[in-house]
Design a protein around this ligand. Structure first.
Ligand SMILES: CC(C)(COP(=O)([O-])OP(=O)([O-])OC[C@H]1O[C@@H](n2cnc3c(N)ncnc32)[C@H](O)[C@@H]1OP(=O)([O-])[O-])[C@@H](O)C(=O)NCCC(=O)NCCSC(=O)C[C@@](C)(O)CC(=O)[O-]
Length: 332
């Protein structure tokens, strides 16, 4: 996101913001990156994408061989809804467009979790904690602090308990953590977490790669987490990923009691042309106020995607400090 902002000429405001957060943090390659020495990071990087298995991704970048019209109307599940005449009318002729953007937008900062989970070098706990402290003092109301996932799968966040021990003494923000199963949920609760986020994929192949289970198995697992969370009065968020079955998975998670569902374009291939129909489908199943969006700027589309989401009534947006981010299961 930050990279895109730089290209659009608003670098100063944002690089100052990032710098104030990361200035004087102990020397570490990941932190050096925040400080501008190397912005080409993880899944937000300029590297090319790859697909998962044989499943087709409606959000996936289309081949350049198809015509522009096919690009927009392609035969995927997201075909062309944005660009039907009614949408042209709404988006290009309606002078009230900007007034339709929500008056209040909540930013959910996921850098310490999504950003650092994919760093090659493991960031020391003290640096993570200092970063979180600075994000809170910058005024961010929600900072995803870490993940209680298997350290074999994500060694970068193996210090989740220690991070939470330190974060528990910080005030002024909420600190949700990720939990992929009951084991993670229980560890999160004993470490003092007050909110957990679960993450389900709408893609079978991605689900297998990321959490070693089918979508159905993951939903069963999450039902157990949601039930345990209700018993502890702990709110559950959800970070869903890609394409075709998004609305179905989102509805399942909503019915399970998730209070907020973040729609993640994990590999950064979303464009307004795919985001609008995806949101239309999801918003037909779940109220807009329950939804958040989570974009990666891999191909420079994050700001455009955020804008159309705001215009459609979404008012919760995930951010990641310095544009860090990426999913360890998705390696280029
Ligand atoms: C889900 C599992 C655990 C399945 O992994 P598995 O290997 O199938 O698990 P298992 O149940 O067979 O257990 C294997 C071992 O892991 C342990 N284990 C089991 N669970 C836990 C736990 N919670 N915490 C700590 N340890 C755990 C368990 O105790 C056992 O230990 P052993 O007996 O071998 O010593 C694994 O696949 C996993 O941890 N995956 C996490 C992957 C991940 O974090 N991905 C990134 C998050 S998603 C994301 O970034 C996208 C998002 C949300 O940001 C949106 C966007 O970016 O767009």
């Amino acid at each position: 996101m930050i990279k895109k902002m730089q290209r659009n000429g608003v670098r100063r405001a944002h690089s100052l913001w990032c710098k104030s957060l990361t200035h004087n943090l102990p020397h570490h390659p990941s932190i050096d990156k925040f400080q501008g020495r190397d912005y080409c990071s993880t899944s937000n990087s300029c590297n090319d994408d790859k697909s998962f298995g044989k499943e087709s991704f409606p959000w996936k970048r289309h081949s350049r061989k198809v015509s522009q019209r096919q690009l927009l109307f392609g035969n995927s599940t997201v075909s062309g809804t944005l660009w039907e005449p009614k949408h042209f009318h709404t988006f290009s002729n309606d002078k009230k467009l900007l007034r339709e953007v929500p008056k209040f937008v909540k930013i959910v900062e996921v850098g310490p979790r999504d950003g650092l989970q994919n760093e090659k070098n493991i960031v020391p706990t003290s640096v993570k904690v200092e970063l979180i402290r600075r994000l809170v003092s910058a005024g961010l109301p929600v900072v995803e602090a870490t993940s209680f996932v298997s350290p074999k799968w994500v060694p970068q966040l193996a210090d989740a308990k220690n991070v939470m021990d330190a974060v528990n003494s910080l005030h002024g923000a909420r600190f949700p953590v990720l939990a992929p199963n009951l084991k993670g949920f229980e560890a999160a609760v004993s470490a003092g977490a007050k909110e957990v986020a679960i993450f389900a994929s709408a893609s079978e192949s991605f689900s297998l790669t990321d959490i070693n289970s089918t979508i159905q198995e993951s939903l069963l697992r999450y039902r157990a987490v949601a039930t345990a969370a209700k018993e502890h009065s702990i709110p559950v968020l959800e970070g869903a990923v890609p394409p075709s079955k998004v609305a179905h998975v989102v509805k399942e998670l909503y019915d399970m009691g998730c209070f907020e569902i973040s729609l993640g374009d994990t590999i950064g291939i979303g464009t307004p042309g795919s985001v609008v129909p995806m949101l239309e489908a999801v918003m037909a199943a779940v109220p807009a106020e329950k939804l958040a969006v989570h974009f990666h700027d891999t191909y420079g589309q994050a700001l455009a995607n955020i804008l159309v989401s705001l215009q459609m009534g979404i008012n919760i947006v995930d951010s990641s400090v310095a544009g860090l981010g990426g999913c360890p299961s998705y390696q280029k």
